[in-house]
Design a protein. Sequence first.
Length: 92
Amino acid sequence: MLEKFYKGDDSWEKFVSVFPKHSSLQCNVDYSQLYNNLNKNEDLSIVIYELLGAENSLKWINENSPALNGLRPVDCLEGNLLNRLKVMLMRF
């Protein structure tokens, strides 16, 4: 399980800080849908949006992922599963 490789919130925050927080994203329909589908988790929304782009991010969060042991990213929004998703994204 990937979550055992989670190095903590400081590591995640450093990773997230690499991605720009565009004020224009809040006005973007694709970003807004992604943000809402990810339970309004801004960090995850920014990282996924920047890594996958507007066209792919919404589709990707709803697809089963072998890296997540067959779970969809949206299934991993709480607890250790959230840490699993974060590790996967940091290895992307």
